[in-house]
Ligand binder design. Structure first.
Ligand SMILES: Nc1ncnc2c1ncn2[C@@H]1O[C@H](COP(=O)(O)OP(=O)(O)OP(=O)(O)O)[C@@H](O)[C@H]1O
Ligand SMILES: [Mg+2]
Length: 416
């Protein structure tokens, strides 16, 4: 800063200079700028790493699901051929467990990427609970728990996705069984609370320390386990449960008086506002061998094991089957085989399942093309919409249930 120095008569006689050394402030500001830039870079790197992890988990899920498919089908084929080894039940159980883990991984990666949709309708909580008990019953029976259910059959409706809510409650039941002694008591109850539906799953097991009551809902969080990790798990069940409940506009919380005093999980859901009757759940049929001649089936899958197992099961059930492992050879085979139904994998090399579907319909010189069924590892709403738009009549997710496939095939009219 400069100031004039004046004589007594007001004439300027000199200049006074003031100096402030701002080096420190400038350096400090520069340091803050650099730190902010470094933080931004670190944040971006963390976001990239999270995205890469989510994409990796999604890919891992699909890659693990593919080999499960021929294993499930091979076991079903052995049963159809009359094999009755006790080892088959072991394979069944372990494959079901692996499928469950893979499904959880896929669910979590969809949740974190915001790719999750619900099929909502008016449903009774009693139906949700019944389905959940069915899912959890192998573990409940194996550990001989005493289950007390206090849920009114009618009158507690919510607008929900029954499969997803049953998944939530079965996760809670599985936890209640896993984290308490064999033969202990587990309680499921439902009712109204402050204009909302309330559903509780309570056990008399290990309990949860107060500092973990909120965090158990975070991904991969588990209480300490012994080195044998006898209880296993990925720490995802409650994360999936909370996200699904939140997507329904509800809340979930845990209560426990502490280690050794059992745990109580409470779900609150808004009451139903949709109009329409609750839908009666259908009893799920188990595998039955009731073939009729035809229809002729073309199986296309680039996994030779999957194609081979599916072909053998269908042949065993009396169907006339041909198979191919890529689009061009499938088109070639279709010219002479005249399939009534084509079971197409979507992720095929060279030409994907959508393009193959289109070509199958247009390449047969005006003859009606086969009914198309997608058999794929992708089972989200968006995937189903895409196969429907591409002209597929049905969409099955691997590992497929043979009984479901057979009931679809029985509805297909033979072309000859
Ligand atoms: N009923 C319960 N009693 C005591 N602890 C529980 C109970 N439910 C959950 N926990 C604790 O919360 C943790 C997280 O549960 P969560 O269901 O998310 O994962 P997990 O059961 O370990 O694995 P999975 O992914 O197979 O469900 C568990 O590991 C356990 O420590
Ligand atoms: Mg769990």
């Amino acid at each position: 800063m400069y100031l004039p120095v004046r004589t007594e008569r007001g004439e300027i006689d000199g200049v006074m200079m003031f100096e402030t050394d701002v080096t420190e402030q400038v350096l400090a500001r520069r340091r803050v700028g650099e730190q902010t830039a470094a933080l931004t870079r670190a944040l971006e790197a963390a976001e990239r790493a999270t995205r890469a992890k989510d994409e990796f988990l999604a890919m891992l899920g699909h890659e693990l699901r593919n080999p499960l498919s021929p294993i499930v089908t091979a076991v079903q084929l052995m049963r159809l051929r009359g094999a009755e080894f006790p080892e088959l039940s072991v394979i069944d159980r372990q494959v079901a467990h692996l499928t469950h883990l893979v499904d959880d991984l896929l669910d979590v990666s969809r949740i974190t990427r915001g790719k999750f949709t619900l099929n909502r309708e008016v449903i009774e909580l009693s139906e949700v609970v019944a389905r959940a008990i069915e899912i959890a019953s192998p573990l409940l029976e194996q550990r001989r728990h005493l289950l007390t259910v206090n849920v009114p059959a009618r009158g507690l409706t919510v607008d929900g996705d029954s499969e997803r809510l049953a998944q939530v409650v079965s996760n809670l039941l599985t936890n209640a069984a896993k984290y308490s002694d064999a033969e202990s008591r587990i309680f499921v109850s439902a009712g109204h609370a402050d204009g909302r539906r309330e559903l509780r799953v309570r056990d008399e097991g290990l309990g949860i320390p107060p500092e973990l009551l909120d965090t158990v809902f975070d991904a991969y969080v588990q209480q300490r386990q012994a080195i044998d990790r006898a209880r296993g798990g990925l720490g995802l069940g409650l994360t999936i449960a909370r996200t699904l409940v939140n997507l329904h506009g509800g809340t979930i919380r845990a209560e426990s008086a502490g280690p050794g005093y059992g745990s109580d999980f409470i779900i609150e859901l808004p009451v139903s506002t949709l109009r329409g009757a609750a839908i009666e759940p259908e009893a799920g049929p188990r595998i039955s061998v009731a073939p009729r001649p035809g229809p002729r089936v073309l199986v296309v899958d680039d996994s030779t094991d999957t194609a081979e197992m599916l072909t053998q099961v269908l042949q065993c059930l009396g169907y006339d089957v041909a198979s191919a492992h890529d689009g061009p050879s499938a088109l070639e085979r279709a010219r002479t085989f005249r399939a009534d139904v084509a079971l197409l994998d979507i992720g095929l090399p060279v030409m994907d399942g959508y393009e193959l579907a289109e070509r199958l319909r247009t390449s047969l010189n005006g003859a009606p093309g086969p009914t198309l069924i997608a058999v794929t590892g992708y089972g989200q709403e968006a995937d189903r919409n895409r196969t429907a738009a591409a002209g597929f009549a049905h969409h099955l997710v691997k590992p497929i249930d043979i009984q479901e496939l057979v009931s679809l095939l029985e509805r297909v009219p033979a072309q000859c």
